[in-house]
Design a protein around this ligand. Structure first.
Ligand code: SF4
Ligand code: SF4
Length: 100
């Protein structure tokens, strides 16, 4: 079994899937685990960068248009929403779960 030091650098944070055999060495997305998705309110966001800092999957990225969520790798843990001091991130239930 390989260790974390052998993971590809900048792999989008998909190490969970990698470590537990999901990728077999290939980085795979983690979105399918998600029951809630974070949505950033650009009106409230001051681009402080806390959410980017705390996201364990590096799924929040700074762009010219501000911070955006990379939903391919976001697993919906909600840490970003918890850490945002301005409550600019709302966790929204995934649409495929609405019937439950
Ligand atoms: S923590 Fe909140 S205010 Fe700061 S960049 Fe993220 S969404 Fe914006
Ligand atoms: S919910 Fe937020 S902290 Fe968690 S993986 Fe997604 S973007 Fe990162």
């Amino acid at each position: 079994m390989r260790g974390y030091k052998e993971l590809p650098i900048g792999a989008g944070g998909a190490w969970f899937s990698y470590a537990f055999g999901g990728g077999g060495g290939t980085v795979v997305s983690t979105w399918s685990w998600r029951s809630f998705r974070p949505v950033i309110d650009k009106e409230k966001c001051t681009e402080c960068g806390l959410c980017e800092l705390f996201c364990p999957d590096h799924a929040i990225v700074r762009t010219k248009e501000g911070y955006v969520v990379d939903y391919e790798y976001c697993k919906g843990c909600g840490i970003c929403a918890h850490e945002c001091r301005l409550k600019a991130i709302e966790m929204v239930k995934e649409t495929f779960l609405e019937e439950f």
